[in-house]
Design a protein around this ligand. Structure first.
Ligand code: GLU
Length: 501
């Protein structure tokens, strides 16, 4: 039975690297019909950030992940907050002290600072010099009687090597004496990460520990702890770090940000999950677009690459566009509307285009808005792109692109072109074919050498823009009434000399 966990510390917002760890664990559990557990490692009260737990869970939900046990859903191995499991850690620490694998240390912060200074000046290896480990029992009793606060430290073996097998990195060997006597229990009664993590992984029956590479240097201490308790080791798998395309460590500069910021910016959870899981993992073929289900079927730890994964935001944008194009008409409307109504992205919310789209949802029919969004669906990458791309469908007071105006509105035939189109518009609706016939007819009637000479000025007149969806398609969506109004407005402006330079 596979049991894996995602064990975030609520010290901030989850980013790409952290979320990838969650995804790998989730996929591992689903691949093997096992269990995925979320455990909150909140033993460092000073670093805890209010709201972080909710944000972590919300990020997972947005990506489409579900968990079998965790802080909100409970489960047979709870509680799932480490801060609610203190008695358990205390009990385990007493066992370690009794068996000689841990000891109380009464060194004060001043003594520790002095020790570090001495090591620095004498160019000695830094770390705890183990002085409490070798104090006489009477001395320890005296310090305890003085009421000195104490911590509990792990008594590392003083010789030999610690060896473990990592499923991604291979065999790892460390000389025991180089590893510090790690603090396990702090003076405030809280365990450190190392103790709580190992105790819980054991108590909660975790079979595979999949986590980021930054923890591999802690693993030797964990191995010593497992041995001291007489417990079996889980399988360890440390996923390599993520870099930007320039080879530097991933940062904001490469587009890395809080997971939920991607939602605010207009990414789809499914696209982000797909993209992040494929950083450093591959299904063994060249698929790039994979649903969570497909990844669940294909996942294996063996296919996590031992070299750093690359985060390429342009690939994510491309993939998001692919997911947007997968939405059917009704999903498209609902998704864009939901995004519009919930995003907190200030740039989006303050844009005029977003305000126009907001009004459009109130004032135009679902059918008209959907048709407009469908025409832009081919071209956008983010949900936030829809507002700007579709603005002209809903706002008739658009400005005209000066380049389009300069190029086309000075042509002697444009007034006749617009008049011809107005005169030949059908009454109620205009199909794409009829629009094409109409424009062809105008080009012929005016004796234009190329149909493009009709298409470009009409596009500028009807949308204010020089680029956009196909003219016949957008004419069909606008319909005869809007086309007439827009062309008449443009003609009036031409006659007023509004475009004269
Ligand atoms: N609490 C650690 C973190 O925030 C967990 C590391 C682990 O998975 O062991 O990443």
């Amino acid at each position: 039975m596979v049991r894996v966990r995602y064990a975030p510390s609520p010290t901030g917002s989850p980013h790409v690297g952290n979320i990838r760890t969650a995804l790998f664990n989730y996929l591992m559990a689903r691949r093997h019909g096992g269990q995925f557990i979320v455990r909150i490692e909140d033993t460092d009260k000073a670093r805890e950030v209010p709201g972080a737990v909710e944000e972590i869970l919300e990020s997972l939900r947005w990506l489409g992940l579900t968990w079998d046990e965790g802080p909100d859903v409970g489960g047979p191995y709870g509680p799932y907050f480490q801060s609610q499991r203190l008695d358990l850690y205390h009990k385990r620490v007493e066992e370690l002290i009794a068996s000689g694998h841990a000891y109380r240390c009464y060194c004060t912060p001043e003594e520790l600072a002095e020790m570090r200074e001495f090591q620095r000046i004498n160019k000695l290896p830094t770390g705890y010099d183990r002085r409490c480990r070798f104090r006489k029992p009477e001395e320890l009793e005296r310090l305890a009687a003085e009421g000195r606060p104490s911590v509990v430290r792990l008594a590392m073996p003083l010789e030999g090597t610690i060896v473990f097998e990592d499923s991604i990195r291979g065999r790892v060997e460390v000389e025991s004496k180089l590893v510090d006597d790690q603090v396990l229990l702090k003076a405030d009664g809280y365990p450190t990460y190392h103790l709580a993590n190992v105790v819980d992984d054991h108590e909660q029956g975790i079979t595979h520990v999949i986590r980021g590479d930054e923890w591999i240097s802690s693993t030797p201490k964990h191995v010593v702890l497992y041995r001291a308790f007489g417990w079996e080791l889980p399988v360890f798998a440390h996923a390599p770090i993520i870099k930007g395309p320039d080879g530097a460590k991933l940062s904001k500069r490469h587009g890395d940000t809080r997971c939920l910021d991607y939602r605010e910016k207009g990414y789809l959870g499914a696209a982000v999950a797909n993209f992040i899981a494929l950083i450093g993992w591959s299904p063994g073929d060249d698929r790039e677009k994979m649903s969570l289900r497909e990844m669940e079927e294909a996942f294996s730890i063996e296919r996590i690459q031992p070299n750093p994964g690359v985060f390429d935001i342009t690939k994510l944008q491309w993939l998001n566009g692919v997911y947007i194009r997968d939405l059917n008409a009704s999903e498209l409307y609902d998704t864009v509307r939901q995004y519009h109504e919930t995003t907190q992205d200030p740039e989006y919310r303050q844009s005029k285009a977003a305000q126009t789209l907001g009004k459009a949802f109130e004032e135009f029919s679902r059918e008209y808005v959907t048709s407009a969004l469908l025409l832009e669906q081919e071209r956008v990458r983010l949900l936030s792109d829809f507002a700007e791309a579709s603005e002209f469908f809903f706002d008739e007071e658009y400005e005209y692109d000066p380049n389009g105006v300069a190029k086309w509105f000075g042509q002697e035939y444009v007034v006749r072109l617009f008049e011809f189109v107005i005169e030949n518009l059908p009454g109620a609706a205009l199909s794409v074919e009829e629009a094409e016939g109409l424009v062809n007819g105008a080009a012929d009637a005016l004796g234009l050498a190329k149909r493009a000479e009709a298409i470009h000025p009409l596009r500028v007149a009807l949308t204010g823009r020089t680029k956009g969806p196909g003219l016949f398609e957008l004419m069909s969506v606008l319909g005869p009434d809007r086309i007439r109004r827009r062309l008449e407005r443009t003609l009036a402006l031409i006659r007023e000399g509004a475009f004269a330079s």
